[in-house]
Design a protein around this ligand. Structure first.
Ligand code: ADP
Ligand code: MG
Length: 287
């Protein structure tokens, strides 16, 4: 983990209650990779804030012989919006129509294809950062010009271009632990088309219907079981649910106090299940 936030503390408390010994390894510390060091752990639960750190660390731990939650493959896909789009297309996960633009010039064709309204996303970002709604050619020219001044070599390409989904004033966050969608809530914002809670959206508990459950099952089939925050839209134009993105390290410190589902407890129980399933001998129990 990067630091011991409320989320991590709660997970640790629950793991402790289940008799599971936890050793904290901060991003600033050495990773226990050498043979016997690595072998003395049952499982690595990755809780890094930086997507890059999460990926690098899970990869090294996996190479050293440890199982990680989430898997390196899942983290690699989830930390890159372009990877996600490609994988979801391959496996038929419903998502907004998209194009991958490798040059600024290609953005104009994409904008036109989506009726002069689209969303541009950097491949790696979170908390709504760098996500731009483009409302016409002038707007796109402004976006390109602003970018050119800081990135004249277009190093930040390719970018993901999506159709703008008429989603009302909310999106839907589903928290998945293991294979199970444990809670869903609407993130509602009347002020901002970006409905990240980080940007001030309100949380409203939502009962999951069969369509949402089916999408989550499909996501777990594609990504493997793990801990995910899946962001869905209900597309009011095409009357269907689509996946906006899947996060590999969902935050829950604020939201669980509103919806009341103890995500940390679900994570701790899932970790116990995985350890038990694989019949690990290194998981030290108190009792
Ligand atoms: N194609 C889209 N159509 C409409 N709204 C979108 C679209 N893509 C993203 N948004 C809005 O922007 C927010 C942030 O986009 P997202 O892809 O989830 O990036 P981040 O990783 O920064 O959360 C979403 O929660 C949603 O409210
Ligand atoms: Mg998001």
């Amino acid at each position: 983990m990067t630091k011991l936030r409320e989320e991590e503390q709660r997970i640790m408390d629950h793991l402790g209650d289940l008799g599971i010994h936890v050793q904290v390894n901060l991003d600033s510390m050495e990773l226990p990779l050498a043979g016997s060091d690595a072998q003395s752990f049952g499982l690595a639960l990755i809780r890094c804030l930086s997507q890059k750190s999460a990926m690098n660390r899970s990869r090294l731990l996996e190479l050293a012989g440890l199982d990680t939650v989430n898997s390196t493959r899942a983290i690699t896909i989830c930390t890159n919006k372009i990877h996600q789009a490609i994988v979801f297309e391959k496996f038929g996960v419903p998502q907004p129509h998209f194009k991958i633009a490798f040059t600024p010039a290609k953005l104009f064709a994409a904008l036109q294809a989506y009726g002069d309204l689209c969303v541009i996303k950097p491949a790696t970002s979170s908390w709504g950062r760098g996500i731009a709604r483009i409302t016409g050619k002038d707007c796109l020219e402004g976006w390109i010009a602003a970018r050119e001044s800081v990135d004249p070599g277009h190093q930040s390409f390719p970018v993901l271009v999506q159709e703008y989904v008429e989603k009302g004033d909310y999106d839907i966050r589903v928290v998945i632990v293991g294979r199970t969608p444990i809670v869903a809530f609407r993130r509602v914002s009347t002020e901002n088309w970006k409905t990240n809670t980080h940007l001030g959206a309100d949380i409203e508990l939502l009962t999951m219907n069969d369509e949402i459950l089916a999408i989550c099952e499909r996501l777990v089939d594609v990504l493997g079981e793990g801990i995910y925050g899946a962001d869905l839209f209900f597309d009011y134009k095409h009357l269907r649910y689509v996946v906006c993105e899947v996060n590999q390290n969902p935050e829950f410190a604020k939201s669980w106090k509103i919806h009341g589902v103890d995500v940390a407890s679900h994570i701790a129980h899932y970790v116990r299940d995985v350890l038990g399933r694989e019949n690990r001998v290194n998981c030290t129990t108190k009792s």
